[in-house]
Design a protein around this ligand. Sequence first.
Ligand SMILES: Cc1cc2nc3c(=O)[nH]c(=O)nc-3n(C[C@H](O)[C@H](O)[C@H](O)COP(=O)(O)OP(=O)(O)OC[C@H]3O[C@@H](n4cnc5c(N)ncnc54)[C@H](O)[C@@H]3O)c2cc1C
Length: 468
Amino acid sequence: MKTYNPFCEEMLAELQAALGAENVWTAADKLDQYKTDEETDPKKFHLPEAVVLPASAEEVAAVVKLCNKYNVPVTVRGGGTSLADGAIPVCGGIVLLTERMNKIIEMNTEAMYMIVEAGVRTIDIQKMANEAGFLYAGDPCSAESCQIGGNLATNAGGNKAVRYGVTRNQVYCLEMVTPTGEIVEVGARLKKCSTGYCMEQLVMGSEGTLGIITKATLKLLPLAPYRFDMLAVFDEPQNAIDVVPKLIKAGVNPTSIEYMDNSYVRSTADYLDFKAAPHYEDGIYVIITVETYNEDELDLKMEQLNDLCEEAGAVDVLEADDRIWSMRRNCQESVRLISLVSLTDDIVVPVDKIADTIKKIMEIDKKYPFPVPAKINAHVGDGNLHVVLCKGDLSDEDWEKHVYDFHKEVYAYVYELGGRMAGEHGIGAKKLGYMEEFTPAGELDLMKKIKLAWDPNLILNPGKIFNM
Ligand SMILES: Cc1cc2nc3c(=O)[nH]c(=O)nc-3n(C[C@H](O)[C@H](O)[C@H](O)COP(=O)(O)OP(=O)(O)OC[C@H]3O[C@@H](n4cnc5c(N)ncnc54)[C@H](O)[C@@H]3O)c2cc1C
C-alpha cells in the first residue's frame, strides 16, 4: 500500500506562490466543505488537507508537479455530484476545484463545435447551444449542478443516451494535465481518425485517475424543432418494461425512455409537493421523448407511440409536461425524505435483459430487512438501472453487512447476464472492492498497468476504481 506525506508548510508556500494565497485554502471550515460529495454516510467522509483553485491548465500543471515533488495526492472536484464517492479525497492530500476554469471559449455554429473549460456547468453548455439552435446531447439529470469536466471524467450518461449516446460520444478532443504535470492535447476535431491509440477515449471515464481534464472540444448537433414528451403509466413493472424493445424496434428513434417505479413516483411527487401527480397511488411511469425535424413525422410517431403503449397495457397515456420531467430529474434528491443515509446503485445490463433484472432485484430485495423496499429508476432504453437502498434506523453494522450481501447477489446475477456494475456513475471509492472481485483478471491487470505507466507516483485520485 502506497503511503503519502502529510501536507507541509513548504508545499503550502509553493502553492501560494503558484496560484496566489487566496486560491489555496487550509482553514478547517473550508476543508470541511470538501469531505464528501453526494455520499450521505459520514463513515465514508474524508477531509482534505488543502483545497486549491487553479484558473488555467498551467496552474493545474504546477499543482500536480508540486504534488509529485512532495508526495501528496490530489483529487479533482467538479460539481461534487458524484454518486460513487469519486470526489472524496479518501487518501487525504489536496482537493483541486475546477470552478475557476469556467469559460466557454468558442462556439462555432458553422463547423458545429464548442470549446469549453472543464469547470463550465453542463446546463450552461446546453443552454448556449440551444439558444443558437443547436444541441449538446450530454444530459445527466444533475446538469444544473455538475460540470463538463466531471461528466467527461465519469463518462456520464443521462436522459438522451438512448438516441445520442453518452458523454464520450459528444467529444472531439481534450486538453489535460497528466499525472506528472505535463499539459497535453488528446484527440482531434475529426469525423474519423485511426491515427494511433484513442487517448481521449481512455481518459474519458477514468474518473480523474489518468489525467486532469482542463478543456474539451464538444460536438454540436442541429436542434430538432419538433418534440413530444409522453408519459405512459403502467400498473405492472413487467408491462412497463416490455414496451421498451417494442419502441426501439418500431424505428421511432426516441431521444429518451425513462422509468420510475411507484415508490419513486410517490417520493418525488412528495418532494416537489406535486399533489396532483398522475396515478400517484399505484402508477409506474415510462417517460418517452421523440424529436423530429418534420412536423408530420412527429404526428405519425406520436400516434405510433400511443398505440404501442396501449397495446403493452398502459393504463393511461398523457403528455409529459415539465412537471413530469422535473419528477424524473429529482428522483435522486427525493430519497432524502425517506432516509438520511441511502445508497444509489448504477447497474447496466443488455437492454433485452432489463425486465428480468428488475424482477430479480425485487426478489433479492425481499430477503433483506431494509426499512423500505429498494427503489428503482432507470434510463431504461439503455439498460441502465439505479437501485436505491435506504438505511433508515438500521445499525451501521447491519446496514454495511446487508448492503454488501445484497450487492454481491445482484452483481453476480448482472455479470452472469453480461452486464456491469456501473453504467454511468463510475466506480469511485464506493465500488472498488466489488470491481476487484468481479472484473475479469486480464482486464483488471491491463487497467492497473496503464495506471502505473501514466501515474508512477500514484498521485491522481488514489483509492478510486481499483487498489494499486
Ligand atoms: C441528482 C443527481 C442526478 C444525477 N444524474 C445523473 C445522470 O443522469 N447521469 C449520470 O451519468 N450521472 C448522474 N449523476 C451523477 C453525477 O452527476 C455525474 O457522475 C457527473 O458526471 C459528475 O460531475 P461533477 O462535475 O459533479 O463531478 P465530481 O462529482 O466533482 O467528480 C466526479 C469524478 O470525476 C473526477 N473529475 C471531476 N472533474 C474532473 C476533471 N476536470 N478532470 C478529471 N477528473 C475530474 C473526480 O475526481 C471524480 O472522480 C447524478 C447525480 C445527482 C446528485
